[in-house]
Design a protein around this ligand. Structure first.
Ligand SMILES: [Zn+2]
Length: 380
């Protein structure tokens, strides 16, 4: 396997894996590299709702439960030259001390670093197992991670150990991030030409529910019980979307859909919010579908894993972030979990995405140090 982290990242960028494409060829390529490194490899397949095949990889070296799991995702957001890229998004272009390309920062660089770090250790040195998890569809509600939790044979014993999500944090230690909640509420009416008065306007049926949601919007932004000072901002928005897909203004809309998105936080009663929304929908004769509920990630700042990570990264204080990761599906399943990765989230999902080469190279040392402390020296 190529163990120059910059070259390995470039090679990964050259294989497009944006969420609308199948990631199967790329995932199999990475599985082959893990096989070369003497990992036991498990494939966890699923199909995206659009019908595209997806593949997550769980790999383990060493025996027994617990140990360390390093977590990456193989998908990226899309990129096209028409968006204003000044380089080919899939060429892996070097400019000074930066490597440009889709996924350089989020997160093929980190994936390459994890593999390079793993290559420094042989299986015989490991007192506790090292797992590497490469999920599909992280960018679309952590779908691959959810499949791994429910179906992977290799992940189940690893869940008793430590997890490091390798998303970009500039190699600082993140001990908490917000969760996610998505609901879809549908009002049904009847389509008819508006001149006939025979239609039922679904938007009119939606209005009383929207009034309740306006109160909810105000409550979550102002009331103390929806506030968590660990985060910036300390509140989350009760974000509402409305559409009726009505093809003509002289037709009564047959369907009106309200989507609700909310970033949950530790200490905030997400179930209570879901129940209140469900009750309002029922009261007004609407259908509610809970699309996704992802847990927030929270590991205590004085926990063993956070303290170890601060030593490894030579930083003093763990922090929180407002964005979500595969931790939405994994955090409650593992003993302790944090986020530490190379590059800056400010460059993720951008035109001309890049990663700093120094960050990339340092991250190989950081992940290797995690492996040494947890898996080789058996440190708690
Ligand atoms: Zn990411």
């Amino acid at each position: 396997m190529q163990t120059d982290v910059v070259r390995l990242t470039s090679g990964f960028i050259a294989q497009p894996t944006s969420s609308e494409l199948s990631n199967v060829p790329f995932a199999r390529h990475v599985a082959g590299l893990l096989d070369e490194l003497q990992f036991q490899v498990e494939e966890v397949e699923h199909q995206h709702p659009d019908g595209v095949d997806k593949l997550s990889i769980v790999a383990r070296r060493g025996r027994g439960p617990g140990g360390l799991t390093l977590i990456c995702h193989s998908d990226t957001v899309p990129a096209a030259r028409e968006d204003g890229w000044t380089t080919d998004p899939y060429a892996g272009t070097m400019r000074g001390e930066r490597l440009h390309g889709r996924g350089a920062c989020d997160m093929k660089g980190a994936l390459a670093a994890v593999l390079c770090a793993a290559a420094r250790w042989t299986g015989t040195e490991l007192a506790r197992p090292l797992c590497i998890l490469i999920t599909a569809d992280e960018e679309t509600q952590a779908r691959g991670a959810r499949q791994v939790v429910s179906r992977s044979r290799l992940f189940a014993p690893a869940a008793r150990g430590y997890g490091v999500i390798c998303e970009p944090t500039r190699l600082r230690v993140v001990h908490a991030h917000k969760g996610a909640l998505t609901m879809k509420i549908t009002a049904r009416g009847r389509a008819a030409h508006t001149s006939t008065l025979k239609g039922i306007n679904a938007n009119i049926k939606m209005i009383p529910f929207l009034n309740d949601m306006k109160s909810m919007y105000e409550r979550v932004l102002t009331e103390e019980c929806y506030r968590n000072e660990d985060f910036d901002p300390p509140h989350s928005e009760w974000s509402l979307g409305i559409s009726d897909h009505n093809p003509a203004t002289n037709m009564s809309p047959a369907r009106s859909i309200c989507s609700i998105n909310y970033r949950t936080m530790p200490g905030v009663d997400a179930d209570g919010l879901i129940q209140a929304t469900r009750a309002s929908a029922r009261r007004h004769g609407l259908r509610l579908q809970l699309v996704f509920a992802g847990e927030p990630l929270y590991t205590a700042p004085d926990s063993a894993l956070v303290r170890m990570a601060l030593q490894i990264t030579s930083t003093r204080k763990p922090r929180t972030v407002a964005y979500g990761t595969d931790g939405l599906a994994l955090s409650r399943k593992m003993k302790e979990m944090i986020v530490v990765g190379p590059g800056d989230i400010a460059q993720a999902h951008t035109v001309d995405e890049w990663i700093d080469l120094d960050q990339l190279r340092r991250s190989v040392d950081v992940y290797s140090d995690f492996i040494e402390r947890v898996c080789v020296r058996n440190q708690d």
